[in-house]
Write a protein that binds this ligand. Sequence first.
Ligand code: C2E
Ligand code: MG
Ligand code: MG
Ligand code: MG
Length: 273
Amino acid sequence: HAKKKGCNTICFFEPLLQRRFEERLELQEDLRDAIDKEQLELFYQKQMRVNEQAECMGAEALLRWKHPARGFISPLEFIPLAEEGGYIHLLGEWVLKHALQKLQKWQKDPQKSHWRLSINISAKEFEREDFISNVQKNFNQTPCPPHRLCIELTEGILIQDPEKSIQKILALASMGILFSIDDFGTGYSSLQYLKKLPIQELKIDRCFIQNILEDEQDQILVDTMIGIGKKFNLNVVAEGVETQEQLKKLQSMGCELFQGFLFSKPSPVLSAE
Ligand code: C2E
Ligand code: MG
Ligand code: MG
Ligand code: MG
């Protein structure tokens, strides 16, 4: 009887699962064409330094996919599709190319020539053999100062083949490129890399900031992360700052760099442009 029930359950859900699976494949195929069909767009979100005054220090580039039928699809949804489809590097190359073009544009504007631009690189892309040569190729095609580009990596890149990742980061850092650890504190890696890697920045994930006013444990974690950053002489950016009260709290903990809706939402043009 139990077996029969199990079978019924499977039969009941199967069409739904089947449909989900097909939709996923469909999206994955659509995404593969998104570059050629010019459906990708970079949005930019300001990164701020706030002491007595607030000044923009640059921006993070965030990828958007405008699907013809479904409208904007979140990168949280489509980045994994491109990773599974084995073509995340094509999206990554597109992002890098457009990021460097943006940096080149900023270079010509005295008010923005000191801004840096951060891009996100997924582990699957970073692991590729041709990653470094591709970065070099793009700098040749679109010359701009490497120390204005910041690559945001998550701790995940250090799990698969840490030695290889470290070698790559060292090589790119020797070109002048900056490195940031994104979603700091949410990964599974050890803190060993803080000693070994030429990184300039830690980004405290929004999940720690969200309830910072009420949650004492989040306060302890954030305070500790800021402390680690300071002791290692790193920039510490608090992500996802939405209210003045969160800002005040973070400032009282010694944080000076911020990103979040309080200052600007990701947008195709920065308000100062
Ligand atoms: P991330 O790199 O941690 O980016 C921060 C995310 O938080 C962005 O979501 C941003 O829009 C959102 N955010 C910023 N401030 C606030 C705030 O105050 N409140 C709230 N609720 N959200 C805020 P987005 O743009 O949807 O991107 C999600 C993730 O997708 C990124 O997380 C990043 O991991 C990935 N991603 C985005 N663009 C790219 C890309 O070009 N390449 C790769 N490989 N991944 C990307
Ligand atoms: Mg990021
Ligand atoms: Mg982040
Ligand atoms: Mg995040």
